[in-house]
Design a protein around this ligand. Structure first.
Ligand code: UD1
Length: 357
């Protein structure tokens, strides 16, 4: 029996871990223990996901939430060094590009412990972006690189990396398919008083947007103008709530702020919105899976496949551009988005490679 120790800390990682943990029952040669770094700690940013998605309880929670990039990463590293010594994993598994991912990769590589990275090979090519630093370093240190797309594999090849690279499909698509089967859209829409295809779903949380007041102001102004015609629903991330307060920015009356939502609700909102406006990597793709046009409030995307046929458009911090792009998104008439993210069993492929077969 091989023991995987999986490190999670932030919201998107809980979602991805759920897909893998669910599939693990079919691989009797593997067992998993989950360590929560505590990066996200509010009930609606963390615990609700464990309950909703049926993720096994973490064996440890390091309680390392908040703080600067360095202090958060450092606190997680110190906690994980002890955790790995205690849990003695055969391999460490990390997801995505957060500070929890980077901290776990650094500690595993030095113990040393074999390291698997799910969502390897993504690049924004934007130097200094926290997530880009985290993913480049994590990929460099990983023994297994599980890529969601052909583009991700090509990015690694361009960096001279071939060994251990596997194109497995996007684990977020596994989660999407599973969750969409579980959710009653009518109940979700009724609980929020929304009608199908009559609202825009917005999210915003990236440091590059929230920590730059002029960017933040331009983006909320652009979406705000659209909200005069079509209501906008905004589940507000705690980072963004703080940034808006500090900057003294108020939102247009047509933007309705709600608390961060569980995954099934977010997907139901994305599927039933007439457009999505977001800076989230995950939500861009979920809109694409659901065939809802998306405007990405960033200068670049790691998920270039979503740009096909206008399903996703990039906009910089300019209110006129945001307004125009959302207008174009809402009048998109295209067939289905192309199937570029695999077949919905990335988890099965990852576990087969890790020794389950
Ligand atoms: C992190 C990831 C980002 C991912 C996002 C998903 C990094 C560098 N960024 O960004 O890639 O897309 O998670 O949400 O790891 N906070 C709370 N309560 C919480 C969580 C956070 O109040 O439950 C506060 C923190 O104290 C901090 C701020 O929100 O002040 C930002 O949290 P942080 O974990 O640093 O990064 P995210 O913006 O969530």
């Amino acid at each position: 029996m091989k023991r995987i120790v999986t490190i999670v800390g932030a919201r998107p990682q809980f979602i991805k871990a759920a897909a893998l943990s669910r599939r693990l029952a079919d691989f009797p040669g593997l067992e998993e223990q989950i360590v929560h770094t505590g990066q996200h700690y509010d009930d609606n940013m963390s615990d609700v996901f464990f309950r909703e998605l049926g993720i096994p309880a973490p064996v440890l929670n390091l309680g390392a939430g908040g703080g600067s990039q360095a202090s958060q990463t450092g606190a997680i590293m110190a906690g994980l060094e002890q955790a790995f010594a205690q849990l003695r994993p055969d391999m460490v598994l990390v997801y995505g590009d957060t500070n929890s991912t980077l901290a776990a990769a650094l500690v595993a590589a030095k113990m040393p412990l074999p390291l698997a990275h799910v969502e390897a090979g993504l690049r924004s090519f934007r130097p200094g972006m926290p997530e880009e630093v985290n993913r480049v370093v994590t990929d460099r240190l990983s023994d297994w690189l599980f890529c969601p797309t052909k583009t991700a594999c090509a990015n690694l090849l361009a960096e001279g990396r071939q060994d251990g690279v596997h194109q497995v499909g996007d684990i977020m698509y596994d989660c999407f398919l599973h969750q969409r089967r579980q959710t009653d859209d009518t109940a979700v829409l009724a609980s929020l008083g929304l009608a199908r295809k009559s609202f825009v779903l917005m999210t915003l949380h990236r440091a590059e947007n929230t920590d730059d007041v002029s960017r933040l102001a331009a983006l909320v102004e652009g979406v705000g103008r659209v909200s005069a015609k079509v209501p906008v629903v905004l589940p507000l991330h705690p980072r963004t709530r703080g940034a808006l307060d500090r900057a003294g920015l108020s939102l247009h009356a047509g933007i309705r702020v709600i608390a961060p939502q569980p995954h099934g609700v977010t997907l139901a909102l994305a599927a039933n919105a007439c457009a999505v406006a977001t800076d989230s990597g995950g939500l861009q793709k979920e809109a694409f899976f659901a065939a809802t046009p998306c405007v990405t409030l960033r200068d670049e995307t790691e998920w270039v496949e979503t740009l096909a046929d206008g399903w996703n458009r990039l906009v910089g911090p300019n209110a006129d551009d945001v307004e125009l792009a959302l207008g174009a998104a809402m009048s998109l008439s295209a067939a289905e988005p192309p199937p570029v993210f695999g077949d919905g069993d990335a988890a099965g492929r990852i576990l087969s490679v890790l020794g389950g077969s």
